[in-house]
Write a protein of this length. Structure first.
Length: 153
């Protein structure tokens, strides 16, 4: 079973790597679009992947991402951070100004200060977060973790 999961992981990573800015196959308007496109690819919903590519509006692609056929939260949890990591690598490789800003953050803890997001965010706003130690934040802060792990591509 572990070998099958590893093989599936390699196949998914390959599919995700085939799309996106570096190879010229797709252009992404924003990170949300890349993430939702990756979600559709993970679940082999090619029709939704195309619909997501056709809209650059973050709110629209987020709504489309909620409609991915075959979605399974447990499976997505296994792939979500990898998808976002790949998107971040591509984004920063193509945007020197954004990379410079990221690198200037140094060892600071990065966080998505989103009161309603307990997965990608910290589950609270910036003012509340500034008054509390990071270990007491309500959310998982997956986006912050991904950004802190990235460095020069």
């Amino acid at each position: 079973a572990a070998e099958a999961a590893e093989a599936d992981d390699v196949a998914t990573r390959k599919r995700l790597s085939e799309g996106g800015g570096e190879d010229g196959w797709h252009r992404f308007a924003n990170s949300e679009q890349y993430m939702m496109w990756g979600k559709a690819i993970v679940f082999s919903d090619w029709e939704m992947a195309e619909r997501i590519l056709s809209s650059g509006d973050p709110g629209t692609v987020k709504k489309l991402g909620r409609g991915v056929r075959g979605f399974d939260a447990e499976v997505w949890d296994l792939y979500a951070r990898r998808v976002v990591e790949e998107g971040c690598l591509r984004k920063f490789a193509q945007n020197p100004a954004a990379l410079s800003k990221l690198l200037k953050s140094g060892d600071k803890v990065m966080a998505e200060a989103a009161p309603g997001d307990l997965v990608w965010g910290i589950g609270m706003g910036m003012k509340d977060a500034a008054r509390r130690p990071a270990r007491t934040w309500r959310g998982k802060n997956w986006l912050g973790q991904v950004l802190m792990r990235e460095g020069p591509p």
